[in-house]
Ligand binder design. Structure first.
Ligand code: CA
Ligand code: CA
Length: 380
C-alpha cells in the first residue's frame, strides 16, 4: 500500500465511522489509522482505554452525549459532554500530526454552572498495567500518556525529591575502593531525559551542593559527558571517565543559591549537548550549609553525611519522589461559573506520547499543527 492509498483508506474509515456516530466517534489525521471515543466518552487506543471520572461537591453521575465536532472549523474531533449536576464535564479528543505516528490530544474541561464555588476532582482511569509517573504514564517501556504538570494536580509536594522521568538503577555502579555506599545506586535519564531534584530551602538562601558520580559502563572517555546545574551556581560539565576513571567515585561542588526566591533549590543533571551517550546518570547528592566548602575527600568517603542538611543516595533506599501519590487525580477549585482545562497527550497506534523536557510539543502547538494539516488537506 503506498502513501496515497493509505491516506484514502484512512479517509474512508473516517467517513464510515461518522455514519455510526451513535456507537462512538473516530478521529485521525490524514494518512493515519484512527482512534476512537466510544459512546461512553472513553478514549480507546491500541494500548487501552482512558476514562475520566468527575467527583466532588454538587457533582452527580451523568451519561455523556458523544458527538463529532470540528475544532477551529477544520479539525475533526470527538467530544463528550456530561452535565454532572453543578459541574459540566467536556472531553475533547483530536489527532495531532506529531512525527512520526501522531498523538491524540485529550482535553478535559470542567465548568461550574450553578453560581457556587466548587471543589472537584478529575480522576483518570487507565489500564491496570499502566504505571503513572510524574509527567508520563508508561506501559512497559512505552510512554502512553503525557500528563499535565504535577503542580496542577493540587497535590502537596514533599520537602525534597526527584521530579523527572529518570529510572532508579540500584547497584548499577561498582565503585572501587572504600567510599560512601550511595555511589553504588544511581538514577539514569533513559532516552536523554534530565535528572531533576528539588529541595525546600529558606528563600534566597545559599548552600554548598555536592553531586556524586561513578561511571561503571564506559571504559573510555568522550562517551557519557554530563552537565550539572545547581540553581544560582555556574553549570559544570564533566566526563567522569576523563576526570576520575572507570568505577572511580568523584564529586563536583556547586555554591548554589535559591536565585528566584521561590524557596526551592533546583538541581539538574543532563547529558552535555554533544555527548555521545545521551543518558545522564547521578549517584549522590549532599547539601551542606553555605560558607566554607566541605572537604570533598571526606564527602566521598561518607564521613560528612551527618553534617549535611540533606544526604541523598540517588536511586537508593532513602531516595524519594517530590510527589507522594501515583494516583492520577487532579483537584480543582472552581470559582462560581468558572472553568478549568487539563490537557493529556495519548500515544496512538504505532507511536508513543511525547516526553516533557525531551519534546517541545504543547497543547497549543499540537492544535496548530492539526489545523495546518487539515487546511492543507482541504486545499488539495
Ligand atoms: Ca528556586
Ligand atoms: Ca546513589
Amino acid at each position: 500500500m503506498n502513501a496515497r492509498q493509505r491516506i484514502v483508506g484512512a479517509f474512508v474509515l473516517l467517513h464510515t465511522s461518522f455514519a455510526f456516530a451513535a456507537a462512538g466517534v473516530s478521529f485521525t489525521s490524514p494518512g493515519f489509522p484512527p482512534s476512537q471515543m466510544d459512546a461512553a466518552g472513553r478514549l480507546v487506543e491500541d494500548w487501552g482505554v482512558v476514562s475520566v471520572k468527575l467527583s466532588g461537591e454538587g457533582v452527580t453521575d451523568a451519561t455523556p452525549t458523544v458527538a463529532a465536532v470540528k475544532l477551529d472549523g477544520v479539525v475533526p474531533a470527538a467530544q463528550a459532554v456530561s452535565q454532572c449536576g453543578a459541574v459540566a464535564l467536556t472531553l475533547t479528543a483530536f489527532r495531532a500530526p506529531a512525527y512520526p505516528a501522531g498523538v491524540d490530544v485529550l482535553t478535559v474541561r470542567v465548568e461550574e454552572k450553578q453560581g457556587r464555588a466548587a471543589n472537584v476532582t478529575v480522576a483518570l482511569e487507565l489500564p491496570a498495567k499502566v504505571h503513572a509517573g510524574l509527567r508520563t504514564a508508561k506501559l512497559g517501556g512505552r510512554a502512553v500518556l503525557t500528563l499535565p504538570p504535577r503542580e496542577e494536580s493540587g497535590e502537596k509536594p514533599r520537602d525534597w525529591g526527584y521530579c523527572d522521568e529518570a529510572s532508579s538503577l540500584p547497584g548499577w555502579a561498582k565503585p572501587a575502593g572504600s567510599c560512601d555506599p550511595a555511589f553504588r545506586n544511581i538514577r539514569a535519564g533513559m532516552g536523554g531525559t534530565p535528572i531533576v531534584y528539588r529541595f525546600t530551602v529558606r528563600p534566597k538562601s545559599g548552600a554548598n551542593v555536592v553531586l556524586g558520580f561513578c561511571e561503571s559502563h564506559w571504559t573510555e572517555s568522550g562517551q557519557r559527558r554530563l552537565l550539572g546545574r545547581v540553581e544560582g551556581a555556574p553549570s559544570q560539565e564533566v566526563d567522569p571517565i576523563a576526570k576520575w576513571g572507570r568505577h572511580k567515585p568523584g564529586v563536583l561542588l556547586f555554591q548554589g543559591r535559591d536565585e528566584d526566591g521561590d524557596g526551592r533549590l533546583d538541581v539538574t543533571v543532563r547529558a552535555a549537548s554533544d555527548a555521545k551517550d545521551k543518558n545522564p546518570i547521578l549517584n549522590a547528592i549532599w547539601i551542606f550549609p553555605a560558607g566554607p566548602p566541605p572537604d570533598l575527600n571526606q564527602v566521598v568517603a561518607g564521613k560528612l553525611n551527618a553534617t549535611a542538611r540533606r544526604y541523598v543516595d540517588v536511586g537508593g533506599e532513602n531516595d524519594q519522589s517530590l510527589y507522594p501519590g501515583s494516583k492520577l487525580e487532579y483537584r480543582i477549585a472552581l470559582p462560581a461559573r468558572g472553568s478549568q482545562k487539563l490537557a493529556f497527550f495519548a500515544a496512538c497506534y504505532g507511536g508513543s506520547a511525547p516526553i516533557p523536557d525531551a519534546s517541545a510539543w504543547t497543547a497549543a502547538t499540537l492544535r496548530r499543527a492539526a489545523c495546518e494539516v487539515w487546511r492543507d488537506w482541504q486545499g488539495r
